[in-house]
Design a protein around this ligand. Structure first.
Ligand code: SAH
Ligand code: SF4
Ligand code: F3S
Length: 447
């Protein structure tokens, strides 16, 4: 049964969307939602209420894609009720038309590089089309730019400045699922940032799989210069950027953070391993020493810049000695957060055929050992903030605990109490004195 409705019923087409994976996916969904609304669809909060059900999927690790396939199992009944299903994102691109075999009631499969064509794909769907695909655009030079982004937060918003990845680390699906690296012009990024500032946004996060690999196709600005330009837009109080790749991390990024107070004092710089040997096999194209030199630049800044990282444990061939080098690197750098994952073999990637795979059990032991050590380091690091006064952006309320939830420029959670009878509004900024610390958050009192 096609989704076609009489023109006067057009506004009753409904859709539900669920998003898995990284911030790029979250923001892509905001753009997909805006595009669908522009096409006359109304977003609903439950699958039951929806004509069209979309999953924007992630395939970075195996559990992520398994979750999606588990959900796809129930479709037969819902399909008979007239509902239609679309799989978007990285699992869609990775599995392609195989999804139709595994889940025959799916009508649409599209990777992120094809979202520009969503309006056409929706028309096909409404005309009763089956097996509609957007899978062939990974070599495109175009980015998915739309003025119809439905941002879910009215104070903080994402802007994608670069899509795709050309780095081909040995373990990673992203270059296959997101296609080749392509940057937007700085003119268009700045125009979007200004529109957001005019609409009341004060906090902007620039996004890219490797955000600092950004190359302005007009040649007007380096990445650091783009950061500065966004930070200088009137009304913008906080600019974040993620994820930075060590290979493209240049000293002028640190200089920009030092010079422009609106640039947040936080850098997420995934190292993946502390062993140069493992880094070599991962095809990261830097060594431990080279990475630590970038960390030294960050540490020599006049502002205290918070650092966070990603780690993969149990990459094929990782010896106990290699793993100890990762622990020692964490001890040396003193990160404020570490996102550590067990290596997960991924389809199409070179690492899947590498010898000396590490048993799951050993990966789990290493992961837990790493998290335990890191937790103690973080406990000590967070405790250093006690007595300090910090500015937070108010994010919400925990009424049960009588706390206002806030976030610092360093991206730390700082929840606080206030003696004022009226609670500060979500999106407002507040000075807070830190009175308590935990391994992952701070607590304090409004001043
Ligand atoms: N572009 C970023 C990372 C993007 S993917 C960078 O290169 O730093 C986000 C994180 O997922 C990676 O940093 C890595 O730690 C993790 N990851 C990617 N592929 C993985 C795999 N096959 N197994 C386990 N973790 C993986
Ligand atoms: Fe994946 Fe490496 Fe690209 Fe990061 S740089 S997205 S880890 S291939
Ligand atoms: Fe996942 Fe794709 Fe992001 S694999 S982490 S949704 S780029």
């Amino acid at each position: 049964m096609p989704l076609v409705k009489a023109p006067d019923e057009a506004s009753t087409k409904t859709f539900y969307i669920e998003t898995f994976g990284c911030q790029m996916n979250v923001h892509d969904s905001e753009k997909v939602i805006g595009t669908l609304e522009q096409q006359g669809y109304t977003k609903v909060e439950t699958e039951e209420a929806a004509d069209l059900i979309l999953y924007n999927t992630c395939s970075i690790r195996d559990k992520a894609e398994q979750k999606v396939f588990n959900r796809l199992n129930d479709y037969k009944k819902l399909y008979k009720q007239g509902k239609r299903f679309g799989v978007l994102g990285c699992v869609a691109q990775q599995e392609g038309e195989k999804i139709f075999e595994r889940a025959p009631y799916v009508s649409l499969v599209s990777g992120s590089a094809s979202y520009r064509k969503l309006p056409e794909m929706l028309v096909q769907l409404e005309l009763g089309g089956q097996r509609i695909t957007g899978l062939d655009d990974r070599q495109t030079d175009q980015t998915f730019e739309t003025e119809f982004t439905a941002r879910s937060n009215t104070h903080r918003g994402y802007i994608t400045i670069i899509e795709g990845c050309d780095k081909f680390c040995a373990y990673c699906v992203v270059p296959y699922t997101r296609g080749k690296e392509r940057s937007r012009t700085s003119t268009s990024v700045l125009a979007e940032a200004r529109r957001m500032a005019d609409a009341g946004y004060t906090d902007i996060q620039l996004l890219g799989q490797n955000v600092n690999s950004y190359r302005d196709t007009e040649g007007k600005r380096s990445f650091a210069e783009l950061l500065v330009a966004v930070g200088e837009i009137s009304g913008i109080r906080r600019v974040r950027f993620t994820t930075s790749h060590p290979r493209d991390f240049t000293r002028d990024i640190v200089e920009a953070i030092d010079a422009v107070p609106t640039l947040c004092d936080h850098v997420h710089l995934p190292v993946q391993s502390g062993s140069s040997n493992v880094l070599h096999h991962m095809q990261r194209e830097y060594t431990r020493e080279w990475y630590l030199e970038r960390i030294a630049w960050i540490k020599s800044a006049r502002r205290e810049i918070s650092m966070t990282t990603d780690i993969i444990v149990g990459f094929p061939g990782e010896t106990g000695e290699d793993f100890e080098q990762t622990i020692s690197l964490l001890g040396e750098v003193q990160y404020d957060a570490v996102f550590a994952f067990k290596y997960s073999p991924r389809p199409n990637t070179p690492a899947i055929t590498m010898a000396d795979s590490i048993p799951e059990e050993e990966k789990s032991i290493r992961l837990q050992a790493l998290l335990d050590r890191q937790r103690e380091w973080q406990r000590a690091n967070y405790a250093k903030h006690i007595g300090q006064e910090m500015e937070v952006m108010v994010e919400g309320y925990n009424h049960a605990r009588g706390q206002v939830m806030g976030r610092t420029s360093q991206n730390k959670t700082l929840n606080f109490t206030t003696r004022q009878p009226i609670l500060p509004a979500v999106g407002s900024y507040q000075q807070v004195r830190v009175t308590q610390s935990f391994p992952n958050s701070l607590a304090g009192e409004a001043v």
